[in-house]
Design a protein around this ligand. Structure first.
Ligand code: ADP
Ligand code: MG
Length: 397
């Protein structure tokens, strides 16, 4: 694996693709700087080498083709300037004489950020001419944007072609790729996958692929009701995808054929409305009464699930067990978070991914007690589905 760790970039102009796709509040301030902070190890390493760092990033989904004031990366450049305690050079355009001049005028250890790369429609098309123009700005290419690694875009994949001997994984990417490879190709058994979240339709790929390697498949969240219905149970008003009942049946059959233990919650916490103020009750079976909907797994399920997690050597968790955003329905999710942390303490390797699951583990207070938290929602899911990520392939080939 070619990573920036083993090379010194002094005096080199290094083009670095980062994931700065951060959220903003109504006042236009960055409301969560996690993604910026996650890129800092790579940026700091390059600065301390004395490299001339040229950052490329996208923000949101520009549609017009051209500048859109609400999607400018300028506030990110200002934010970054404060973190690295030097003025980050910011360029309005990506191509042309002005940007070439600025890039060539950079001093060792200086940092420049290019404007939202998706203002150029060529970016998302993976356009080769566009990538070639960009490549002229740098002597080396680093990809550290794991969150965009499943995209075959100019700055995430195509650009690598122009640096056959000078393309590298950034430190964040390196960590993701190492951990995901360990999880999928070099794991200790028993392997338990805890899969929840809202919809079975968004998790079919990962369920299909995990059935091939996991010993235990533990199901929670809203998607369990499609399984219940497939088994002939009443699901009341619970989230249920009727057009995925056959899929659920097929998955259960496949698990049986492969000897994978598939766990479904045997009890539920239900509510008469999808709200924090709803009336709630405990239902000790898989049948949800009419007029009620399942919001969290019940205490019997929590006990069973935690026992499975605690007896595992490898654990992957994607998808909350219940509607954890509402405090009343967060017990199942937080109990799993604790069990994953305890299993890790006992020596298991644990991985957590997915936007909402990562929020849940952070809220639970156990985020620093697990082995690895993936920074890429969609990218991680696609990796786990067994797909080749263009951003990884481009550096490896
Ligand atoms: P991730 O982002 O970790 O991949 P998902 O996006 O698949 O997870 O699912 C997260 C969402 O699933 C959460 O917003 C949560 O409220 C919802 N959810 C969990 N359990 C239920 C349920 N029983 N009914 C409806 N929604 C649920
Ligand atoms: Mg989500």
């Amino acid at each position: 694996m070619k990573t920036i760790k083993d090379t010194n970039f002094k005096g080199k102009r290094v083009l670095v693709r980062v994931d700065f796709n951060v959220p903003f509040d109504k006042q236009g301030n960055i409301s969560d700087d996690t993604r910026i902070m996650e890129a800092m190890p790579t940026i700091n390493k390059l600065i301390s080498d004395g490299a001339r760092v040229i950052l490329m990033a996208h923000l949101g989904r520009p549609k017009k083709g051209g500048f859109e004031p609400e999607l400018t990366l300028k506030p990110v450049a200002e934010y970054l300037s404060k973190i690295i305690k030097q003025d980050v050079v910011f360029t309005q355009s990506l191509l042309g004489d002005e940007v070439t001049k600025l890039a060539n005028a950079l001093q060792d250890g200086q940092v420049m950020l290019l404007e939202n790369i998706r203002f150029y429609p060529e970016e998302t098309k993976g356009n080769e001419d566009f990538a070639k123009q960009l490549s002229l700005l740098g002597d080396a290419y680093v990809n550290d944007a794991f969150g965009a690694a499943h995209r075959e875009h100019a700055s995430t994949a195509t650009l690598a072609k122009f640096f056959p001997n000078d393309k590298y994984f950034g430190l964040l990417m390196e960590n993701e790729v190492k951990n995901l490879n360990k999880l999928m190709n070099n794991y200790e058994k028993p392997f338990t996958a805890v899969i929840g979240g809202s919809k079975i339709s968004s998790k079919i790929g990962i369920l299909e692929s995990l059935i091939d390697i996991a010993d235990n498949l533990v199901i929670g969240g809203g998607m369990r009701y499609t399984f219940y219905k497939a088994l002939g149970h009443n699901v009341g008003n619970s989230l249920c995808e009727d057009d995925k009942i056959d899929t659920a049946k097929a998955l259960m059959q496949k698990a049986k054929d492969k000897g994978v233990k598939l766990y479904l919650p045997e009890d539920s916490i239900v509510a008469d409305d999808f709200s924090e103020n709803a009336n709630t009750k405990y239902v000790p079976t898989m049948d949800i009464p009419d007029g009620w909907e399942g919001m969290d797994i019940g205490e019997k399920s929590i006990k069973t699930y935690c026992d499975v997690v605690l007896s595992s050597k490898t654990i992957l968790w994607n998808g909350p067990m219940g509607v954890f955003e509402m405090k009343k329905f967060a017990n199942g999710t937080f109990a799993i978070a604790k069990a994953v942390a305890d299993a890790t303490q006992k020596g298991a390797f644990s991985a957590i991914g997915g936007g909402d699951s990562v929020s849940a583990i952070k809220e639970s207070g156990y985020a620093d007690k697990v082995s690895y938290i993936s920074t890429g929602g969609g990218a991680m899911l696609e990796f786990l589905e067994g797909k080749v990520l263009p951003g990884i392939k481009a550096i490896e080939e």
